[in-house]
Design a protein around this ligand. Structure first.
Ligand code: 5AD
Ligand code: SF4
Length: 475
């Protein structure tokens, strides 16, 4: 369980190319589109590929045959940006060998660094922020005409609601669907409100339509995405007032129910929940529908109320623990994972100990754990000093990771002897004789293949485990 950039997205998928179906007349040009960071970026890359496919571009897995290289980037922590910078330097060398090659930066780094990548460092030809992807065809044309092109305007409306990309991942089992964009929360450590703009929800009808199409195309699992899914609201202001009385309003609990009702064989996950906004109505909806996975990702960030205040998270330790109690009461056996930041500005040893004691109290099934990384322009950068020494951050993170390993192992051991419904996603990394999938609780389950196939739901009796994986037998 090491530190990595992309929540939900496996470390092994960082840098993966997006491939989608191409049905329009070809313009003879190939697009290589590489993604980093969170699931939202991977979902956005499908939108981008879809916009360019309409113009005749064919997606490719091979950067060497590309006419246009786009890289969808992440700014969440400094190491995420450094990784992309190394990649861009490589592409710059390629441009010297292939002068017509167009290289563009998309996503959060585009928004954050704007002209710097174009003018100062001369690394790329195109810079496009997360709300301007519809402009990509025009921008590419500008570059072909010899100019540099940039559009980093953030929007209050853009949700790409009408774009349902036809995904072509090699297995077609599980897909992301974005339900909202941006974030209004202003957690003091976080760059997302600056790079992805104001929060806006997508029309629920287009969400249900996209999910239905995916199910009809054979997909069995959907993860609904938003920076804070609990503040999803359609036809309502942030104060809860109705915008248009002639139309229905939809909140996140209602949206979950609408998607769950598409088909009992369509499994639904979602991310990310926010402790300050997660309602009992959402929990009751999860409890009601069998196909809503009994798994909630509820980032705590810190176990100390003063640190949470400095982080501007909008809740206290006690509030968080009350929400955990509500989950346990309304959805018995629900798996809970979290995000934790070690060494935030001014964090004392006692405050760090509070994070460890909260972990003991909650016993998370899984956690994404990070060292605090100061981001330019954030509230924390302006207000506080990044004063926890690097080695102290490292030591605290190691303690957090070690404790979480124990808890994950303990949780997984409790599953031994139980039978779980698993959606088969692919072969196990180690052997073609074993299949791998996830149970309802989002834990990876590996088992001997026998007659089972990818995309099947199978019942697996759990016989053994590590902190990260369950092993079992088909029954
Ligand atoms: N430093 C470290 N971790 C961060 N996160 C967000 N911003 C930072 C930062 N500046 C973590 C939070 C968030 C997750 C997506 O990334 O834990 O929940
Ligand atoms: Fe960042 Fe906080 Fe918004 Fe999450 S909720 S994206 S951590 S500002």
């Amino acid at each position: 369980m090491r530190e990595f950039e992309g929540k939900i997205i496996d470390e092994s998928r960082q840098g993966q190319a997006t491939i989608i179906e191409h049905t329009e007349k070809s313009n003879g040009k190939k697009l290589y589109l590489e993604s980093y960071g969170c699931a939202m970026n991977f979902s956005d890359s499908e939108v981008v590929a879809s916009i360019l496919a309409k113009e005749g571009y064919q997606t490719t897995n091979d950067e060497l045959e590309a006419d246009v290289i786009l890289i969808n980037t992440c700014s969440i922590r400094d190491n995420a940006e450094q990784r992309v910078r190394r990649r861009l330097t490589n592409f710059k060398k390629r441009k010297q060998q292939q002068p017509g090659l167009i290289v563009g930066v998309l996503g959060c780094m585009a928004e954050r660094l704007k002209n710097k990548l174009l003018d100062e460092e001369k690394l790329v030809d195109i810079v496009v922020g997360p709300d301007a992807y519809r402009k990509l065809p025009e921008l590419i044309t500008e570059v072909e005409g010899g100019q540099k092109a940039v559009n980093v305007l953030l929007s209050r409306e853009e949700t790409y609601a009408d774009i349902s990309p036809v995904r072509l991942d090699d297995k077609g089992v599980s897909s992301f669907v974005s339900i909202m964009r941006g974030c209004d929360n202003m957690c003091s450590f976080c760059v997302v409100p600056f790079t992805r703009g104001r929060e806006r929800s997508r029309d629920p009808e287009t969400i249900v339509k996209e999910c239905k199409e995916l199910f009809e195309n054979g997909y069995k699992e959907i993860t609904l995405l938003g920076q804070n899914v609990d503040s999803y609201r359609w036809n309502m202001t942030s104060k809860g007032e109705i915008k248009d009385a002639s139309k229905p309003t939809v909140n996140f609990a209602q949206l979950l129910a609408m998607v769950a009702e598409i088909h009992p064989d369509l499994r639904i996950r979602f991310s990310t929940s926010h402790p300050k906004d997660m309602t009992d109505e959402v929990l009751e909806t999860i409890a009601k529908y069998e196909n809503l996975c009994k798994y909630i990702h509820l980032p705590v960030q810190s176990g100390n109320s003063n640190v949470l205040k400095r982080m501007n998270r909008g809740y206290t330790r006690e509030w968080y623990l009350e929400r955990i109690d509500a989950i346990r009461k309304i959805i018995p056996n629900c798996a809970i994972s979290t995000d934790i930041i070690a060494g935030f500005c001014g964090e004392t040893e006692e405050e760090h100990q509070d994070t460890l004691s909260l972990m003991e109290e909650v016993q998370f099934d899984f956690a994404y754990m990070y060292k605090y990384s100061e981001r330019p322009k954030t509230l924390a950068e302006r207000r506080f000093e990044d004063d926890v020494p690097e080695e102290v951050k490292g030591k605290r993170l190691a303690e957090i990771i070690q404790l979480q390993q124990q808890h994950s192992l303990k949780k997984n051991k409790q599953y031994i002897g139980q039978t779980h419904k698993v959606l088969v996603e692919g072969f196990s990394k180690r052997s073609k004789e074993h299949l791998s999938g996830r149970n309802d609780y989002n834990v990876k389950v590996v088992f001997p293949k026998k007659q089972a196939k990818i995309k099947d739901y199978v019942m697996v009796k759990i016989t053994d485990c590590t902190a990260a994986t369950l092993m079992g037998e088909l029954i």
